[in-house]
Design a protein around this ligand. Structure first.
Ligand SMILES: [Zn+2]
Length: 219
């Protein structure tokens, strides 16, 4: 009865007897090298596991929308905020490289990887001008300043989207929390989350990332 190692040694050139053949002493035995490699690999895997866990948690939100139909329905709005017609249009689908070329690193991480900007760091949390907010990725109209309110959270907050069709709500269980993520219907950009502690008339709080939005001022 021979195990596979013994078989290899028996068949190795220069092997004269069962057991480990004479070795070149300048090279560590195979087993030692393998252990060293495995040790290094274990450290790398542990590091990658932590990194992957976070990224996978974030990606889950984005991936949830990947099986959506290729055509979506949205309501178009002029830059002056006028509601135009409801249309069926092709979903905007781009590669990661294409999104990276179009977006800042911060906007990419937030819209395409469901990251969240630091509170009070974005450019719109304290903006109260009249206008509408479009998707930074595809220009779909998302929110109107008439529904914006001061939530005190450090993120731009709205009590309703500009049109229900234009945003998509997705169950989000990342980080062990049960939340509802909000995405752009047209391009799946992650926008933020919606909570039920908002003001009247809806009692909803659409807590958005500034980096997902592009403000169009109305004059
Ligand atoms: Zn979009």
């Amino acid at each position: 009865m021979f195990d596979s190692d013994s078989d290899r040694e028996k068949n190795a050139p220069g092997a004269v007897a069962p057991g480990r053949p004479p070795q070149d002493v300048s090279a560590p035995p195979v087993d030692t090298r393998r252990r060293a490699f495995l040790g290094t690999s274990a450290a790398l895997v542990a590091g990658l596991a932590v990194w992957s866990w976070r990224k996978n948690s974030l990606l889950r939100v984005v991936a949830a929308t990947s099986a959506e139909p290729k055509e979506v329905t949205v309501v178009l709005f002029s830059d002056a905020g006028q509601r135009l017609n409801k249309v069926g249009i092709a979903r905007v689908i781009k590669t990661e490289d294409e999104w990276r070329k179009q977006l800042s690193e911060n906007a990419f991480d937030i819209t395409r990887r469901a990251d969240t900007e630091i509170a009070f760091s974005g450019k719109y949390w304290n903006l109260h001008g009249k206008g509408l907010y479009r998707c930074i990725c595809c220009d779909n109209a998302l929110f109107d300043s008439s529904t914006k309110f001061e939530s005190g959270t450090g993120w731009p907050s709205f009590w309703a989207p500009i049109a229900a069709e234009n945003v998509t709500e997705i169950r989000d269980t990342a980080f062990g929390m049960e939340r509802t993520a909000v995405a752009c219907t047209e391009c799946d950009a992650h926008l933020g989350h919606v909570f039920d502690d908002g003001p009247e008339p809806t009692h909803l709080r659409y807590c958005m990332n500034s980096a997902s939005l592009r403000f169009v001022k109305q004059t």
